[in-house]
Design a protein around this ligand. Structure first.
Ligand code: G6P
Length: 615
């Protein structure tokens, strides 16, 4: 969703804020703006990217330079179209208070109506603007009040979600921040402080951070550091955490796009997921984050996996893995459906929430619901210290490193690897002998090198992509473990190339999608040699006889498929449970190349956000 940054210290705030916004741009990128205090309040905002904002500021003679306190925002529109007037910051009528907000103020129509009846003029269509006017109105009724108290008082009136920062001319040495539902981190430097929606803009300045919890506020001041309280005004002692990633991990490192860099990082990522957890010789898996709950996990009567988007696809593979290896029944639900359908959850259930960002609003709500109902709630998250990671009873980090490209790639394969290790752990001693476990671990251990071999075919995949860059539709078909991969392949393509694509279980083709097949319909078959291989071949024949174009993902040595398909991308053979880690790689690359050939911005596709912190 939107990205928030704030700075207070001794350096030039505007430059630091622009840099910070650039690092957060993956969260939202339809408009951006900055406000600083330098004598008075100065603000600059506009529709478009952070780079466009930087250029406009430069053309205007850098009017915000020289300030040492300020706030900045990059927006992903919810209420009000992307435009200059709807960009943040929003400023009070007297021009002395500026506010940036991430989240949704659900009762904004009522507040707005009341403020309008008092004569307040609104300059945007956003829900966020009500907050700044509300603060101004409370402050003008109580002139002696501190900014913190005025913000707190305003928040009492508000329903919905927020991560926000407020500055005012009247208190030129402090930033007031508050969080409910939308993440905020404070970075602690030498005589300076950073505020951000996540740690990406902070890590180049300091590794010391404090994560605000839901319902907390902070006043960050130039000389006295920061004080954290709840919104109800109760002081909180906070633990200072150490960031675990380096700046280089969030830079492109010579690749044209973050997405390509992240695709190519996967061999290393998969090794990182296993590092310290897998002991091949002993046939041991050690997952420290769930160790204390292992007995209860193994005894659970059912596992429910909740997630959204790509993480949900990983969850589907998790279902196959856990049922196969541990023989525990698994259900997979969209977090957004789970939270509202009054699900049956018992104390014997384990609910696993999967989230790259650890901040997805629906997944977080599913987690809280499951916890309320007494289930054991476990997380699989990538972002260390994220809300979901903190609110789950136990969990496993994916250790994929920061993922910046909006379309998820390395986080997906890391999630699948974690689920594989989890399934083996649950199965060990229940359904699986140590020797079997050893074999499965060995198989997994060989995967990074196999991924490396697939990545070497990047040029071939680019050539194939050239044939299809103008297609209007795509169908992705797979069975078994490759069915969720088909869904993920289709999602990747539509996210970044804006081509309509659907994933289906291959056998379902005859129940509908086959009606769509003609010479203009490329069909991607994931046809690896597993127990449904022969059936998938028949499906390919069916498509060919209707003149559909066939691109097959097949195993090396499969000559038969070469005769049937228009194009084949070969991947090394592997057993079915690890195959998704291989079969998804060519699909990621194919989407990437089709999208770049169409001139799309693959790292920041239109209308999407990396971290969806609103419903
Ligand atoms: C957004 C992102 C997707 C992601 C989904 C779930 O839609 O664009 O890439 O899969 O959210 O995000 P999470 O952080 O919970 O995995």
């Amino acid at each position: 969703m939107c990205g928030i940054v704030g700075y207070i210290g001794h350096r030039d705030a505007a430059g630091l804020l622009l840099n910070g916004l650039r690092r957060l741009e993956y969260r939202g990128y339809d408009s951006a703006g900055i406000a600083v205090l330098n004598g008075g309040l100065k603000m600059f905002k506009q529709k478009g990217s952070v780079d466009e904002l930087r250029r406009s500021l430069h053309d205007a003679g850098n009017p915000l330079n020289g300030a040492t306190i300020g706030i900045g925002h990059t927006r992903w529109a919810t209420h009000g179209d992307p435009s200059d007037r709807n960009a943040h910051p929003h400023v009070s009528s007297d021009g002395r208070i500026a506010l940036i907000h991430n989240g949704i103020i659900e009762n904004y129509p009522a507040i707005k109506k009341e403020l309008i009846s008092k004569g307040v003029h609104f300059s945007s269509d956003t829900d966020s603007e009500v907050l700044v006017h509300l603060i101004e109105s409370i402050w003008s009724d109580n002139p002696g009040m501190a900014l913190e108290a005025a913000v707190r008082s305003a928040l009492y009136h508000v329903e919905g979600a927020y991560g926000l920062c407020v500055i005012s001319e009247r208190e030129p040495d402090s930033i007031v921040v508050a969080r409910k539902g939308s993440p905020l981190v404070i970075g602690i430097g030498e005589g300076e402080y950073y505020i951000a929606s996540d740690a990406a803009p902070i890590v180049e300045h300091t590794k010391k951070v404090v994560y605000l919890a839901d319902g907390e506020m902070a006043v960050v001041t130039r000389n006295d550091g920061f004080a954290i309280k709840t919104i109800e005004n109760i002081a909180r002692e906070k633990h200072v955490s150490e960031l675990e990633f380096e700046l280089a991990e969030i830079e492109k490192g010579g690749f044209e796009h973050f997405m390509l860099k992240e695709i190519f990082e996967q061999p290393k990522v998969l090794q990182d997921v296993m590092r310290g957890r897998v002991r091949l010789d002993e046939g041991q898996v050690r997952l420290g984050g769930i160790e204390d709950y292992l007995d209860r996990l193994k005894l659970s009567s059912r596992v429910i996996i909740c997630a959204c988007g790509t993480s949900w696809h990983a969850g589907l593979i998790g279902e196959y893995l856990i049922e196969e290896f541990a023989r525990i029944p698994v259900e997979v639900d969209y977090a957004s459906e789970f939270r509202y359908r009054n699900p049956v959850i018992t104390r014997d259930d384990v609910v696993i929430v999967i989230s790259q960002s650890g901040e997805t609003a629906d997944t977080l709500a599913a987690l809280r619901l499951a916890r309320e109902k007494g289930a054991l709630v476990m997380g699989i998250c990538n972002v260390v210290g994220s809300t979901i990671a903190r609110e789950t009873l136990c969990g496993i980090y994916t250790h994929a490193g920061p993922e910046v490209g909006v379309a998820s790639t390395k986080a997906f394969t890391a999630q699948v690897t974690v689920l594989y290790l989890l399934a083996l752990t649950l199965g060990k001693g229940r359904t699986m002998s140590r020797n079997e476990l050893k074999l499965y671990l060995k198989e997994l251990n060989g995967i990074p090198e196999k991924v490396e071999r697939i990545l070497k075919q990047n040029d071939l995949i680019l050539e194939i992509a050239k044939n299809y860059k103008d297609a209007g539709n795509f169908l992705y078909l797979g069975r078994g473990y490759n069915f969720p991969v088909a869904l993920e392949g289709a999602l990747k393509l539509k996210e970044i190339s804006y081509i309509h694509a659907e994933g289906y279980p291959a056998a379902e083709m005859k129940h509908g999608p086959i009606a769509l097949i003609d010479q203009d319909m490329p069909v991607i078959f994931i046809a690896t040699r597993d127990n449904s291989y022969a059936k998938v071949l028949s499906n390919i024949e069916e498509v060919r006889s209707r003149k559909g174009k066939v691109i097959a993902i097949a195993n090396h040595g499969d000559d038969e498929i070469g005769r049937l398909a228009d194009h084949v991308i070969y991947i090394p053979p592997a057993s079915a449970p690890v195959t998704p880690l291989l079969s998804v790689i060519p699909l990621q690359l194919l989407s990437y190349h089709i999208a770049t050939l169409r001139g799309c911005n693959v790292d920041r596709p239109r209308n999407l956000a990396k971290s969806v912190t609103v419903e």
